[in-house]
Design a protein around this ligand. Structure first.
Ligand SMILES: Cc1cc2nc3c(=O)[nH]c(=O)nc-3n(C[C@H](O)[C@H](O)[C@H](O)COP(=O)(O)OP(=O)(O)OC[C@H]3O[C@@H](n4cnc5c(N)ncnc54)[C@H](O)[C@@H]3O)c2cc1C
Length: 353
C-alpha cells in the first residue's frame, strides 16, 4: 500500500500552500479534501493583504509583515507553477479609519499618507472624513487557490478529493495515517488544515469555530471605475482587474450556516452606493457567504501538538490569504524538523490547554 511522508487534511489555501512548501523540500505529500480543493473560506475571501498596525492584532504583526513581503514571490511562483494568473494588485488602499481607531503616529509616518480624495479616486462621494493611503496589495483568492492547486499537482503533490477525513490513526501514540469515509491512507505525519472544521477531527481539542462572512459582487462600469481597495468602518470595496468589485463583509457568529440573507446583502449594496454613487449602474454578479476559521483569541494555531507526528495549521480567521506564504514556510520547517525563522510560541495549540 502506498505511503506518504505527510498527509494534509484540507485543500484550502493553507493546506495547498503547505503542500507546495513541503514538496520543495523533497517531501512526498497527499492532500485529503472532503470536497473540491479551494471551495470554502479561501473561495469566499476578499483577498486584501492587510498588514497594517491599525487592524492587525499586535501579536500577529511580525507574521503579517513577513507574509506581505513574501507575496510578490509567492504569487509569481504559483503563476509559473500553474500557468494561471492570480491578479496580485499593488494600487494600494484608501483607508477611512473609524472614530475609535488608534492611529499610532509612528505608523502613520512610516506607512500611511494623508490624501486628497479628489486625486486618487475621483468617483468616491465627497466626505470630510480623514482618509489615508496605505501601500497594501490585494489578490484574487479564487484565482490564487486554483493556481496553488494546479501548481501543487504539477509539482507532484497527490490529491484525494470527495471524501472527508473521519479519524486520525495512531498506533502506540504514533501517527500512522488517516481514515476517510471510504478508505484509509498511510503517513507518519499528518497536518490538520481543515479551517473552520479543524475542531471536528483528531485526538486533541482544537478550539476553532466558524465566523460567517457575507459578500456581494458587482460589475464595475467602466471596468476600472475604482483602482484602489477602499476600506471604511462599514464596508470595504475590492476591485479586480477584470472589472469585478467585491463588497464585503459581515462578521457573524452563525454556526456552520453559509446561506446569505437578502437584507444583509442589500445593506452592503447600499453602503457601497453611498461610498461610490456611480456604482448605481453596476450589475450585481452574485453574493455568497464563507466560514472563516476563528479561534478564542483571534490568532492562528500553528505547529506541533502533544502527539508526535501530528501538526496543526488553522485558525487564520480574517487573514488566511495574507498569511498563507509565511504559514507554509513555518510549517514546512516545523514538519521537517528545522527551526522556523520566526517565534511561533504565541501560536501554539498548548496556549488553550
Ligand atoms: C467573507 C470573507 C472575507 C475574507 N477576506 C479576507 C481577506 O480579505 N484577506 C485575508 O487574508 N483573508 C480573508 N478571509 C479569511 C480567509 O478566507 C481564511 O482565513 C482562509 O481562507 C483560511 O484558509 P484555510 O485553508 O484554513 O480554510 P478553508 O479555505 O476553509 O479550507 C479548509 C478546507 O478543509 C476542508 N475540510 C474540512 N473538513 C475536512 C475533513 N474532515 N476532511 C477533509 N477535508 C476537510 C474543507 O472542505 C476546506 O476545503 C476572508 C474570509 C471570508 C469568509
Amino acid at each position: 500500500m502506498k505511503t506518504w511522508d505527510v498527509i494534509i487534511i484540507g485543500g484550502g489555501i493553507i493546506g495547498l500552500s503547505i503542500s507546495l512548501a513541503l514538496r520543495k523540500k523533497g517531501v512526498s505529500v497527499l492532500v485529503v479534501e472532503r470536497g473540491e480543493p479551494g471551495r470554502e473560506a479561501s473561495h469566499a475571501a476578499g483577498g486584501m493583504l492587510v498588514d497594517c498596525l491599525i487592524e492587525t492584532p499586535a501579536a500577529l504583526q511580525e507574521l503579517a509583515t513577513a507574509s506581505a513581503r513574501m507575496y510578490p514571490e509567492f504569487a509569481h511562483e504559483l503563476e509559473l507553477g500553474s500557468g494561471m494568473k492570480v491578479d496580485l494588485r499593488d494600487q494600494g488602499t484608501i483607508f477611512f479609519p473609524s472614530e475609535h481607531s488608534h492611529l499610532d503616529p509612528t505608523f502613520l509616518s512610516d506607512h500611511a499618507l494623508p490624501i486628497s480624495l479628489a486625486h486618487p479616486e475621483p468617483t468616491l462621494a465627497p466626505t470630510d472624513n480623514p482618509a489615508f493611503y496605505l501601500k497594501e496589495r490585494s489578490v484574487d483568492p479564487r484565482a490564487l487557490t486554483q493556481a496553488a492547486w494546479h501548481a501543487a499537482k504539477n509539482r507532484g503533490v497527490d490529491f484525494s478529493s470527495g471524501d472527508a477525513v473521519t479519524a486520525i490513526n495512531l498506533s502506540d501514540s504514533q501517527i500512522t495515517g488517516v481514515t476517510t469515509t471510504k478508505t484509509s491512507f498511510l503517513a507518519e505525519k499528518v497536518v490538520n488544515c481543515a479551517g473552520a472544521w479543524s475542531g471536528q477531527i483528531g485526538p486533541h481539542r482544537i478550539p476553532t469555530r466558524p465566523v460567517k462572512g457575507q459578500m456581494l459582487c458587482l460589475a464595475m462600469h467602466p471596468r476600472d471605475l475604482l483602482k484602489h481597495v477602499i476600506r471604511t468602518p462599514n464596508v470595504y470595496l475590492i476591485p479586480r482587474s477584470d472589472g469585478r468589485l467585491l463588497v464585503g463583509a459581515t462578521v457573524e457568529e452563525a454556526g456552520f450556516d453559509k446561506r446569505t440573507d437578502p437584507a444583509t446583502i442589500l445593506r452592503l449594496h447600499k453602503a457601497a452606493l453611498e461610498l461610490v454613487p456611480q456604482l448605481r449602474d453596476a450589475r450585481i454578479l452574485g453574493d455568497w457567504a464563507g466560514l472563516r476559521p476563528g479561534t478564542p483569541d483571534a490568532l492562528p494555531i500553528l505547529g506541533a501538538t502533544p502527539t508526535p507526528g501530528y501538526f496543526v495549521a488553522t485558525g487564520h480567521f480574517r487573514d488566511g490569504i495574507l498569511l498563507a506564504p509565511i504559514t507554509a514556510k513555518i510549517m514546512a520547517d516545523v514538519i521537517t524538523g528545522a527551526e522556523p525563522d520566526l517565534d511561533i510560541a504565541p501560536f501554539s495549540l498548548s496556549r488553550f490547554s
